[in-house]
Design a protein around this ligand. Structure first.
Ligand SMILES: Nc1ncnc2c1ncn2[C@@H]1O[C@H](COP(=O)(O)OP(=O)(O)OP(=O)(O)O)[C@@H](O)[C@H]1O
Ligand SMILES: [Mg+2]
Length: 224
């Protein structure tokens, strides 16, 4: 489902090359959960950006859901992302002017898929927000906003869900519910889940743990 072969990513900063990710190789099978751990600045969000096809590697190649991303044009990458990838951020990234219902319908509309309104409504019911469909993000709690973001990420039934510290802004109780929701949605639709987290307990629930330190992968251990 996910293959990275000797992936490097560098930026140019102050006229000098700045290596961010160095020689990353990893694989995750379809339907598995991978936890990505590492200190602040180690390159976790950058690795998610590469998997989403938002950034391109400086060297090496990346395969997601059967497609080698290196071979895709910018347009094809954007299409690939709309069809196959759902993203959940720490700070929700909902469109502030749209209602919960409209936020969840948006990816379906952008992908030109039919029945966006009833499908978005069904997703909101699934995440327990049938009573908040006409609320805008500012009228929702943090946990509710993240539920909307999860509904939006899963509504197109993407093969891959990327989550960047999805509980980083939530209290412990809410975090547990959000993680349970992510795992149950991924399980229900067979999505592969690639999760950045600082929470060792959460990482322990994953099938694989990857540890980034200064842009390098330290270890990859299957967990029982
Ligand atoms: N545009 C940029 N110019 C220069 N350096 C950058 C730029 N964007 C990111 N970096 C650097 O890349 C490194 C990796 O950043 P990244 O956001 O991937 O880290 P992270 O592991 O997600 O950290 P955190 O846990 O704090 O979210 C950081 O050291 C950051 O300073
Ligand atoms: Mg980050």
């Amino acid at each position: 489902m996910i293959h990275l072969d000797n992936v490097f990513y560098s930026l140019v900063h102050g006229g000098q090359p700045l290596p961010i990710l160095r020689d990353i190789s990893l694989s995750v099978a379809r339907g598995e959960v991978a936890g990505l751990l590492g200190p602040s600045g180690s390159g976790k969000s950058t690795l998610l950006a590469l998997l989403a096809g938002v950034e391109r590697p400086t060297a090496g190649r990346i395969q997601v859901n059967g497609a080698w991303l290196n071979n895709l044009s910018a347009d094809a990458l954007a299409r690939f992302r709309r069809q196959h990838v759902g993203i959940v951020f720490q700070d929700f990234h909902l469109v502030p002017t749209l209602t919960a219902w409209e936020n969840v319908a948006l990816p379906l509309d952008l992908a030109g898929l039919p029945e966006s309104r009833p499908r978005a409504m069904a997703m909101l019911e699934q995440v327990g927000l049938a009573h908040r469909t006409t609320h805008r993000p500012a009228e929702l709690s943090g946990g509710e906003q993240q539920r909307v973001a999860i509904a939006r990420a899963f509504v197109t039934r993407p093969a891959l869900i990327l989550a960047d510290e999805p509980t980083g802004n939530l209290d412990q109780d809410t975090s547990r519910h959000i993680i349970d929701l992510l795992f149950s949605c991924a399980g229900q639709w067979g999505s592969t889940l690639f999760l950045v987290t600082h929470d060792p307990q959460l990482a322990h629930r994953a099938d694989h743990r990857f540890h980034l330190v200064d842009g390098r992968l330290e270890a990859s251990a299957p967990c029982g």
